[in-house]
Design a protein around this ligand. Structure first.
Ligand code: 26Q
Length: 793
């Protein structure tokens, strides 16, 4: 079929869905109706590739990957799917013919925000790459009724409200009422004929909802299966008939609580029973489901690992180990030691953090009460490990069940997410286990999908690349290297800059109504977007902003490089310091943005409710990418890769994947500063390191005094006393120690930005040389080193 015919067909499909799926005629359809009708028409085209991929997988009885993740931070889908089908132009024209603006209509889709940040977004990129590569795979997670909270600012303070993506019709999911499994909690364990029998005191049902995951050019389509919690018995008629209407619905409300809401990443707030129930809920359903699928084509469960690779996205699904052992031995009669072996051959575990407070531990009594059978199985796993290795590292220790140790011991491969992180995993969190199992820890450096993070979000640059080196790069990103030969080509440079300028103009348009600040498109757009956390050091960026402001005021006649500082990110609701940081950024913005003396040089913008869709507007428009974490603390980072791919230069520390990005783009095209991971460790041993650093830096001293004396909080002078005090007295993340190096490095950035040709060349070389950070490369690494799976097309 040619384009014209597709357009006519798509138009008919949209109108048909408008009428028969939504019950509307074109004259009365709202933008919502148009979006849903368009999505349904596009969705129809995914179904055949989906069936075809499933059929091929069954026919080949192929090994499948099961990616277990508490989070999938997906964002919007209609554009993504349309682009993978190759129908972007067709859809745009069809909507135009129907009197609708495609871009406006698709931007009304709510984000699927079933994740907190990097870990959840990585899972979404992995799904995209698995489908693009044609590797049979299922993502397994939770169908949260409410995704990550929405962020608002009230007088500069973060206020959270419940997110409600399911208030609208979710066109991408297919409800599967027939796919449901019982999930037990609590109760006791008895023995019969030498076999353990678990009698849960409470049971809910996990019900499947499937979404197709289409790969590039629709060559392959996998499934994301999300579980919703339902009651085993919907409604208590007896209570209802007695007139107890509330009581009649109680079982339903109770069961549904389990998949009600995504926990915000609140490392200060661990140990919540409902969170443990969520983890077991989706893990058990997923394991039951994959066993059923295996047994539909195979008999001998001892060969499960030939057909199933189960990847644990952090420890959140670590209960998969004991659960699979339980099902193999208690339910399917396998010998317990054999079950442990089979399970280990199936499992891989990815670690995403070194922060000690973020390692999952459950109080023993709580764990044993909620999961009595699993508690006992963990004791058996531990005994086996202790006997086999002679080591003294325990899973159950000091009254806690340690999920990291459990995941490590039950996985045949454990991986870190960047080269530096993996080395630190070997030396720190799992130092002792690494000695006992020296071949277990490997590295798989993170990646990002170039479909969403360049092709889709950055049309101007996409078109420039297409017209310069051809169109074969989105599924083989290292081909971008071909544009490096044009890095100094005047005409290419001009077009590259024009693309950046277009994106900056689009961002300004997008910001209208969200901020009162008037933004100068010639200014350098300096962007820090990520969760608000002390280790990510938004404070250092803000202190540098204030110091720059001071500098400009002190020397009003100097030629300063104009900058717009853009912040985006959410604080965990229970993380008081992170919330203070947000408040301070907003307070500083109010003062600086209203200073007539500096307004041509410095502006601060902090649009609320940062999410995937906001990232898709901010990243293409960025000139400078802030990747300034305390060395050794950011496991990898993936925003860093997105910025570099879109032609922003990085100012950053030697942390996470920054190290490898710098190697790929060349040290001369990367603004490096700050202490290294080992220097950080050394510096912390020095007494009063923070106070000394402040005393040695008049600039920082002045900034802290301004903050402490209420320059940015005239209505409440001492509002930020605790931040300043923390800087002097603890400063665990060494903001004070790296401040001067950061400030100086920023002045080098200023200077470089003034030399437009030089800057553009550096930016081009960033785009050209980060093709290796495609998540396709990452997934090929997992497939070879961990899963032993391959492409089926
Ligand atoms: C734990 C317990 C209770 C509630 C929430 C949590 C929780 C949830 C999410 C703990 C941690 C997370 C997320 C962690 C995360 O996003 N880590 C990031 O993973 C990225 C992908 O590997 C890396 O690039 C980042 O460096 C890392 O910070």
């Amino acid at each position: 079929m040619n384009t014209k015919i597709f357009q006519i067909k798509l138009k008919q499909d949209i109108l048909r869905h408008l009428k028969y799926s939504l019950g509307k005629d074109a004259g009365h359809a709202t933008p919502y109706d148009w979006r849903v009708a368009l999505s349904l028409a596009i969705r129809d085209m995914v179904v055949d590739p989906w069936f075809e991929s499933t059929r091929k997988t069954y026919e080949a009885n192929a090994k499948r990957v099961y990616y277990l993740s508490m989070e999938f931070l997906i964002g919007r889908l209609v554009e993504d799917v349309t682009i993978n089908l190759g129908f972007e132009d067709v859809a745009r024209q069809a909507m135009h013919d129907l009197g609708q603006d495609y871009d406006t209509i698709v931007s009304n889709e709510p984000d699927a925000a079933l994740g907190n940040g990097g870990l959840g977004r990585l899972a979404a990129c992995f799904l995209d790459s698995l489908a693009t590569l044609g590797i049979p795979a299922h993502g397994y997670g939770i169908r949260y009724e409410h995704g990550l909270f929405e962020q608002h600012f009230e007088n500069g303070r973060q206020v959270e409200t419940a997110e409600g993506w399911l208030a609208q019709r979710n066109v991408w999911e297919f409800e599967r009422p027939e796919v449901s499994y019982p999930i037990g909690f609590g109760g006791h364990v008895s023995e019969s004929d030498g076999k353990a029998v678990w009698h849960p005191s409470e049971t809910v049902r996990a019900q499947a909802y499937d979404a197709p995951v289409l790969g590039w050019q629709a060559r392959w389509c996998n499934t994301l299966r999300l579980w919703a919690a339902k009651p085993t018995r919907a409604f208590d008629l007896e209570s209802f008939n007695r007139g107890d209407f509330l009581g009649a619905t109680a079982p339903e409300a109770l069961a549904r609580t389990i998949s009600r809401v995504l926990y915000p990443d609140d490392t200060t707030d661990i140990g919540k029973e409902l969170r443990l129930k969520q983890e077991y809920f989706f893990t058990s359903a997923s394991i039951q489901d994959l066993i059923r699928r295996y047994l539909s084509s195979n008999e001998d469960l001892s060969k499960l690992s030939e057909k199933a690779a189960i990847q644990l996205n952090d420890t959140h699904p670590a209960i998969a180990g004991p659960e699979l052992i339980r099902l193999l031995s208690d339910v399917h009669g396998m010998d317990m030691m054999d079950a442990i072996d089979v399970t280990r051959q199936c499992l891989g575990y990815t670690n995403h953090t070194l922060l000690p407070e973020a390692l999952e531990r459950w109080p023993e009594h709580l764990f044993a009460r909620v999961l009595p059978r699993h508690y006992r199985i963990i004791e058996i796993i531990q005994d086996q490990h202790l006997k086999a290795t002679g080591s003294d590292i325990r899973i159950i220790d000091h009254g806690n069940v340690n999920m990291g140790e459990l995941a490590f011991i039950m996985a045949h491969q454990v991986n870190g997410v960047s080269a530096l992180h993996t080395e630190l995993v070997k030396e720190t969190v799992f130092g002792d286990l690494h000695k006992v199992y020296p071949d277990r820890i490997i590295n798989e450096t993170n990646g990002i999908t170039p479909r969403r993070w360049l092709y889709n979000c950055n049309q101007p640059l996409r078109e420039l690349i297409n017209s310069t080196i051809g169109v074969d790069w989105p599924d083989d990103l290292e081909r971008l290297e071909r544009i490096s030969q044009y890095a100094e080509d005047a005409s290419f440079q001009e077009q590259f800059m024009a693309a950046k300028r277009k994106n900056k103009d689009d961002l300004i348009t997008w910001l209208q109504g969200k901020t009162k600040v008037e933004i100068n498109p010639d200014a350098m757009f300096d962007v820090q977007i990520k969760r608000i956390h002390e280790y990510k050091r938004q404070l250092m960026n803000l202190f540098e902003t204030v110091a720059y402001w001071n500098e400009i005021k002190d020397n009003p006649n100097k030629k300063w490089t104009p900058r717009v500082k853009i912040f985006g990110g959410k604080a965990a609701p229970g993380y008081a310091m992170a919330k203070q940081i947000i408040h301070l950024i907003n307070d500083v913005a109010t003062v600086i943005n209203n200073d007539p003396a500096t307004k041509d040089y410095l502006q601060i913008v902090f649009p609320p409710n940062y999410n995937v869709s906001m990232a898709e507007v901010l990243i293409p428009a960025a000139d400078l990418s802030e990747q300034i974490s305390t060395a050794g603390k950011e496991a990898s980072g993936t925003g860093n890769m997105k910025f570099a791919l879109n032609g922003a230069l990085t100012i950053g520390t030697l942390d996470g994947a920054n190290v490898e990005i710098r190697e790929h783009v060349g040290p001369e095209n990367f603004f490096l500063f700050g202490l290294t991971a080992s220097e950080v460790v050394e510096r912390r041993k020095q007494p009063e390191y923070a106070r000394r650093a402040i005393e040695a830096s008049p600039r920082l001293y002045r900034v802290l005094n301004q903050i402490a004396s209420g320059v940015f909080s005239p209505d409440e002078q001492h509002r930020y006393g605790s931040i300043v005090q923390m800087m002097y007295e603890s400063d665990y993340f060494l903001v004070t120690c790296d401040f001067d190096a950061y400030f100086d490095c920023q002045r080098k950035v200023d200077k470089a930005y003034k030399d437009t040709k030089m800057w553009t060349k550096m930016a081009i070389l960033n785009t050209a040389n980060v093709g290796w950070f495609s998540s396709d490369r990452t997934i090929m690494g997992y497939a070879k080193d961990i899963w032993n799976t391959r492409s089926l097309y």
